[in-house]
Design a protein around this ligand. Structure first.
Ligand code: SF4
Ligand code: SF4
Ligand code: FES
Length: 273
């Protein structure tokens, strides 16, 4: 029994793909004190009850983004969640949804990072960097404010685990990569928006999002990916219209002339009901 008399039943999803046909739930009684995090509860299980339990973590302070898991149905960081803040007696602990399970509570985040990489999550410059080592790219506080909240993302994948669109379309880019694309598009030092448009504007891109907002609700860092995606949609449409206005009348009728490169932008897909 813990100091404050609480014992919480941890119902933990277990799965070893080399041994188990499918995931199952195992229950452990964990003595809990005030302020104890879910991560500490998992450590208690590993040290005292079952050394085979597997999960991923590193910083223990909500920075590295590696301990994302499903806690009583909500994607959360285990190190950033106090047990007694979310339950009185029972706690369901599972791996993040919408990812393949590597083992127990460890999701395979590779598809998320592949999508992220495809969106060029760095500053793209059309011109060479300035040569003056003491030089700098000036940015006003207002310009910084436009993307700052998106820069707080720690790539934990909680938003991806909450997204209903990703649950039905595994090729959907998802809230984290799309919010990151918006973060760089909004950066005044960046020239890469046209390149990112080719990916964000495709049929598994921003227009797939139906603004359920679950991603923003669960984000442990206060990032608002749902808002970023709506901004992306708007910018895609504006870029498309701007491009269409620049085309010659004959191109508007027949498309770009033979031998001409296609415009460096994807058109928004037709609206579906
Ligand atoms: S947007 Fe939030 S929930 Fe999504 S990966 Fe970044 S920090 Fe995690
Ligand atoms: S707002 Fe869009 S990205 Fe976020 S959870 Fe909903 S469908 Fe997914
Ligand atoms: S252990 Fe790093 S965010 Fe939880």
């Amino acid at each position: 029994m813990a100091e404050n008399g609480k014992t919480i039943q941890f119902h933990v999803t277990r799965y070893n793909p080399e041994r188990d046909a499918k995931p199952y739930v195992q229950t452990y009684a964990v003595p809990v004190r005030e302020g104890m995090t879910v991560l500490e509860g998992l450590h208690y299980i590993k040290e005292n009850l079952d050394a085979s339990l597997t999960w991923r973590y590193s910083c223990r302070m909500g920075i590295c983004g590696s301990c994302g898991m499903l806690l009583n149905g909500k994607p959360s960081l285990a190190c950033n969640t106090q047990i007694l803040h979310i339950c009185n007696a029972e706690l369901a602990v599972g791996p993040l949804p919408n990812f393949r399970i590597i083992r127990d509570l460890v999701p395979d985040l590779t598809p998320m990072f592949d999508k992220h990489r495809a969106l060029k999550p760095f500053i793209v410059r059309e011109e060479a960097e300035i040569n003056d080592p003491a030089g700098e790219y000036f940015q006003t506080p207002e310009q910084l404010e436009k993307y700052l909240q998106y820069a707080y993302c720690i790539k934990c994948g909680c938003c991806m685990g909450a997204c209903p669109t990703l649950a039905t379309d595994e090729r959907y880019l998802g809230p984290m990569p799309l919010a990151s694309a918006h973060r760089y598009n909004e950066d005044t030092r960046d020239d890469g928006r046209r390149l990112r448009n080719q990916v964000t504007g495709d049929s598994h891109g921003a227009f797939r999002c139906h603004y359920a907002g679950e991603c923003s609700r669960v984000c442990p860092k206060g990032v608002d990916p749902a808002k970023a995606i709506q901004h992306l949609k708007r910018q895609l449409v504006l870029d498309y219209l701007r491009l269409a206005r620049r085309r010659k009348p004959c191109e508007k009728l027949h498309g770009p002339g033979e031998g001409k490169p296609l415009p460096n932008i994807a058109a928004p897909p037709p609206r579906t009901v």
